[in-house]
Every structure is written in C-alpha cells, then in structure tokens.
Design a protein around this ligand. Structure first.
Ligand code: 5CA
Ligand code: ZN
Length: 415
C-alpha cells in the first residue's frame, strides 16, 4: 500500500553513535547496534478515530529512533501494518452504518495526511492486513500442520504450550508479567480466555472462520479472516525477516499483542522475532488514557484545522520523554509554539543580518554534542530541546546552516 511522502532529512555534520534503548524484554538499556541496516517494525493503526495525539506520540518516538540511526550512518528498513480488518473496526462501521472498507480507506488517508504534516518518516513497507490474507492463511496452515495450532469448531487457535516446546519463545518473557496479570490483560485487549474448548485460556485466535455478515476470504486455513497478532508476525517476517533490530509500539501492546506475535513468529521461523522490544508510554487526556473506547481524543487534524503549526504540535510531543506516561493539557501547544518562536527568531535574525554561516561556532558545536548525547541516551528528546533552549537563550548573533540542518535531521523541525 502507498505510505506517505518522505520529508527531506539533511545530512548533519559530525559523527554520532547508535542509541541505547530501553528493552522491555530484558528490562534494561541496550545498545541498538544494527549489522548494517537497522530493521524496524512498528505496529500501525486500526483505522478509526485516527490520528489522536497518543498515536502521533508513539510514531514520533520511532521516528526519532530512525533519525538517530540515520545520523549514526545506518540505513533503516522500516515496516508498519494497518489493521484494516478486525472486530473493533467492524463494530464501529456497523454502529455508524458505514461500509468497513470505506471507513478504513478514509481513516488511512487522514492518517497519511497527519503523518506527512508532522514530517514523520514513512515506512518502506506499509502493509494492510487485507493485502496479506493469503499469507496469513498459509502461516496458519503451517502451524496447524506442525501441531502448534488447533481447531475449536472451525476457528484456529495458537497452542502456547506446544509453541514453547518447539520454538525459541517462552510465554511471558517479553512482557515479564505474571499469569494473573496476563489473564486480565488478555481479556481486556481482544482475547477470549473463557472460550470453551481452548487448551489454555491464553491461547490466542489465529484464524476466525467465516460468520454471517462478517468479511471473509478463502484460504489454506479455510474461509475466514485473520486473528490480530498473526498479522504483525507475518508482515514483519515477510518484509524484515527474522530477528530484526527493534519491534515497537505503545505500551498497551506489550501484552498480549507483542508477546504473542513474537510467539507466532518464533513458531514459524525458528528464530526470535526481534532483538529489542521498545514501547512508548501512554498519552492521557482529562485524567485517562487517550483511547477510542473512552472517546477522550485530541486529534492531530483538529489542532491543524484550528491553525496550529505542525512544528509546534511536534515540539509539544517531543517535550515529553517517549517512555513516560503523560497527560496532554491544552496549553502544551501554546508552550511549544512559544519555544518554536524563540528558536525561529534567532535563525530569522541571523538570516536577515546575512550571518547564516557554514561552519558552526564553538557554542553551536557544544549544543549539537549535547543534543546528540541526549538523543542517544534512550531518545531523551526533552534533554535535546533543553540544549537548544539554552543555546537560543544566549541570543547568538550568527547561526550556522550545519546547526539548522542538524535540528531538522534529528528532531524533524525546519527552522
Ligand atoms: N492496529 C493495532 C496494532 S497492530 C493498534 O494497536 N492500533 S491502534 O490504532 O489502537 O494504535 C496504534 C498505535 O498507537 C499503537 O502502537 C498503540 O500502542 C499506540 N497508541 C494507542 N493509544 C495510545 C495512547 N493513548 N498513547 C500512546 N500511544 C497510543
Ligand atoms: Zn501489531
């Protein structure tokens, strides 16, 4: 599927190193030192109620990761899915009397527009589930044939216990959760622990047999449609291969989604899904997690329509560390606009005075070093913004293009 237009990423002078990133599985900071190409998968949207600031913050976190890799001289191969057929989308389409395909298409288009306006780097492979139905059916068939999946009526379930014996994967190793917590989260996030006939309440659905009034496709697993987790395993394996550099998403995906998509991929390939599991914190609004079900959403498109500069939206999100849970307050945008204006005034003044230099002055070089050091330290964007604030507060008379290029390359803000 078409992604969106790639923003220019200037080359920033000087050298950087790959970042250290917090790994949810090992619960520590790890070096993300790719072989040569950094391979990244980030779970994409389920296309309804897009794009709220929680979505935007999560994609911006992994945008920053890519920019730091690029700055360190790596190439990046980035894949992202779109969950364009799943229960919540079908329910919303039914409730609003819209065809689910139209709802998905309209929301994906809005998402593209939002990502483009925020200058978020697009995936190289942007893949909708409806584009890989055949491959998911085949993967399900393979797991059935290997005895790692079983039927309940005509629905196909993943056998967690059999997978643990056959593959380099242990339930709970990615998420570090106890079984009680896993059971609660599984029920809350799309799982069906009480379905009669399952071997283990935590076994997830791989393939849902066709039902009246639901979309379905013929496949090697019978007529039906994919379960949720398997889509990401199949798309990631197809485009990135096994054992890729980073699997990313918001922290609401740690369990069951990333745990079980890692299990499916390990059972299919015989190798771990990814080296690092990275998760962005949850953005709240009005005291609760911003979520489709609570309907407490602030949409990127609403802010844009109200006249916000997309660079200010970007800065308002970058002001929070990606891993923390934080709450959006409406004045966050005003503060970001103020910060942007302060920075832009320094550059505009230098430009007007004809002192936009090629080579950075010592204070600029120091700021650049601080900015890079912050970003390589688990993507500390608040630290990077502080470094720029302090430099701007010194009211420098001259500004180098290397500096404005570096701010653009690393933070996606063109001054
Ligand atoms: N389609 C699945 C992933 S395969 C899905 O979770 N879609 S989503 O539309 O619900 O979320 C898209 C991305 O935004 C996911 O990475 C999710 O973790 C993240 N996300 C959702 N809500 C928030 C929030 N309030 N704060 C931060 N990130 C969020
Ligand atoms: Zn996913």
């Amino acid at each position: 599927m078409r992604a969106w237009t790639r923003p220019a990423v200037p080359h920033a002078a000087g050298e950087s190193v790959p970042p250290r990133l917090y790994d949810t599985a090992s619960q520590q900071l790890v070096e993300t030192r790719p072989d040569d190409v950094a391979r990244l998968y980030v779970c994409g949207i389920t296309p309804y109620d897009a794009t709220h600031l929680g979505h935007a913050a999560t994609y911006l976190a992994f945008d920053t990761l890519q920019r730091v890799w690029l700055d360190a001289g790596y190439r990046v191969h980035y894949a992202q899915n779109v969950t364009d057929v799943d229960d919540p989308l079908l329910e919303r389409a039914a409730a609003t009397g819209v065809d689910w395909r139209d709802l998905a298409a309209q929301q994906i288009e809005l998402f593209r527009h939002d990502m483009e306006s925020l200058r978020i780097l697009p995936p190289d492979d942007y893949v909708a589930v409806t584009e890989v139905i055949e491959q998911v059916g085949r993967a399900t068939r393979i797991l059935l044939d290997r005895g790692i999946a079983y039927l309940v009526d005509d629905d196909v379930y993943f056998d967690n216990r059999a997978a643990q014996e056959a593959a380099p994967w242990v339930l709970g190793d990615e998420s570090n959760l106890d079984r009680q917590t896993m059971l609660a989260l599984f029920a809350e996030r799309g799982g069906d622990p009480d379905r009669a006939g399952k071997k283990d309440p935590l076994d997830p659905l791989l393939w849902r047999a066709s039902r009246d009034g639901e979309p379905s496709w013929p496949s090697e697993a019978g007529a039906g449609r994919p379960g949720w987790h398997i889509e990401c395993s199949v798309i990631a394996l197809m485009h990135l291969g096994r054992d890729f550099t980073v699997q990313g998403g918001g922290s609401d995906l740690v369990f069951p989604h990333h745990e079980l998509s890692a299990g499916h991929a390990a059972a299919l390939s015989g190798h771990p899904l990814a080296r690092v599991y990275s998760h962005a914190g949850m953005v709240a609004y009005q005291g609760e997690k911003m979520s489709k079900s609570l309907r407490n959403l602030v949409l990127v498109s609403q802010l844009r329509d109200a006249g916000a500069d997309p660079r200010a939206i970007r800065l308002a999100l970058l002001a929070h560390h990606y891993r923390s849970d934080w709450e959006w307050f409406d004045d966050g945008l005003g503060e970001a606009a103020q910060r942007l204006a302060t920075w832009a005034a320094v550059v505009d003044r230098a430009r007007a005075n004809g002192v936009l230099e090629a080579v950075p002055a010592p204070a600029e070089r120091e700021m650049l070093d601080r900015m890079r050091a912050a970003l390589r330290d688990d993507l500390d964007t608040p630290g990077a913004l502080r470094a720029i604030d302090e430099w701007a507060a010194g009211r420098p008379g001259a500004v180098s293009t290397q500096l404005t290029d570096a701010i653009d390359a690393l933070l996606g803000i063109r001054l």
